[in-house]
Design a protein around this ligand. Structure first.
Ligand code: RUB
Length: 306
């Protein structure tokens, strides 16, 4: 069985050419849908394509429930809607794809709008890494005519902070980049912190780019509000049953390629910020306490709990 679309897209996700939970999830759903539409084999073989293509995408990044939830949605709805002919199969795949993309993009748009309203004239806002929801929200506030400044960390080892800086500067927003370890130093100048997230757990903890929990601790110590901007589709259902969300460990060359022999290097891509340090989760339901994530999931996306 030869897959046409998915190997290329999963490779790009793995190499961070496609980055950020929402962009990864959108690309994965589009790739799987395309793969299914293009497949010309028998009905039995389609199931293999579905399983193999899903496995490949899921393995490209370990800490991406938003992608996994979307791929699961495709599989369960294809099974439930059971299209009989080839043409209706393609049609159903497209309809399912459109429904998920609408949830992903509509959810991101909604949280961006709520985030933009939080921003007041004169604010200094600190962010970490590159989140499409956070930069989108800042750009929206800028378009609304709000005058504010942004401080963003460079985000070692892959410097996603530079993507954030570039986008904001190009949008005309007053932006300052700092090294990650300067976040605490500047915290006293900041009005609030806002970051994106990759995963939400049933206890209300949030998982985002490595270093986020240190920024949250610095904000907590300085009594600065710390907001997380994330759609509820980032919820990881297995955390209800006691499992931990896996934390991706990346190639150590990202940290030091020609390091001395015998040196141990660890390179986790994400860390867990406990709910106690999160002032509010900016979600489709509005700004909610991280304690109420599970109830919000029940209301908005009950299928995530199936
Ligand atoms: C990106 C990152 C982002 C979240 C949210 O990490 O941690 O904050 O994914 O992004 P990486 P978005 O660069 O390793 O993918 O708001 O776009 O979903």
């Amino acid at each position: 069985m030869i897959l046409k679309t998915v190997p290329g897209v999963s490779g790009r996700i793995k190499r961070l050419e496609i980055q950020g939970a929402t962009n990864i999830a959108i690309s994965a759903v589009k790739a799987l849908s395309q793969e299914l539409r293009d497949f010309e084999g028998s009905k039995e073989e389609v199931d293999h394509v579905l399983i193999e293509a899903t496995r490949m995408l899921v393995e490209s990044r370990a800490t991406e429930p938003m992608m996994r939830n979307g791929l699961k949605y495709i599989r369960s709805h294809l099974t439930a809607e059971a299209p009989s002919s080839r043409d209706s199969f393609k049609e159903v795949v497209t309809q399912i794809e459109e429904r998920i993309l609408e949830m992903y993009q509509g959810g991101r748009q909604r949280i961006m709008e709520i985030g933009a309203k939080r921003i007041r004239d004169g604010d200094i806002i600190l962010t970490h890494c590159h989140s499409s929801a956070v930069t989108g929200s800042l750009m929206l506030a800028h378009e609304m005519g709000k005058k504010f400044k942004v401080i963003n960390t460079e985000t070692r080892p892959k410097y996603q902070g530079r993507i954030t800086s570039r986008e904001l500067v190009e949008a005309g927003i007053d932006t300052t980049i700092i090294v990650d370890s300067a976040a605490s130093h500047y915290m006293k100048e900041v009005d609030f912190v806002i970051v994106g997230c990759d995963a939400l757990t049933s206890e209300g903890n949030i998982i985002n780019k490595i270093g986020t929990s240190q920024v949250a601790l610095a904000a907590y110590e300085a009594r600065i509000p710390f907001y997380v901007l994330g759609t509820l589709l980032k919820f990881e259902p297995i955390t209800i049953h006691g499992h931990y969300e896996a934390i991706e460990e990346r190639n150590t060359d990202e940290i030091w390629a020609d390091s001395p022999e015998g040196l141990n290097i660890r390179n986790p891509a994400f860390d867990v910020t406990r709910r106690d340090y999160v002032s509010g989760l900016i979600s489709e339901e509005g700004i909610i306490s991280p304690h109420s994530i599970l109830e919000a999931i029940h209301r908005h996306y009950p299928w995530l709990l199936d």
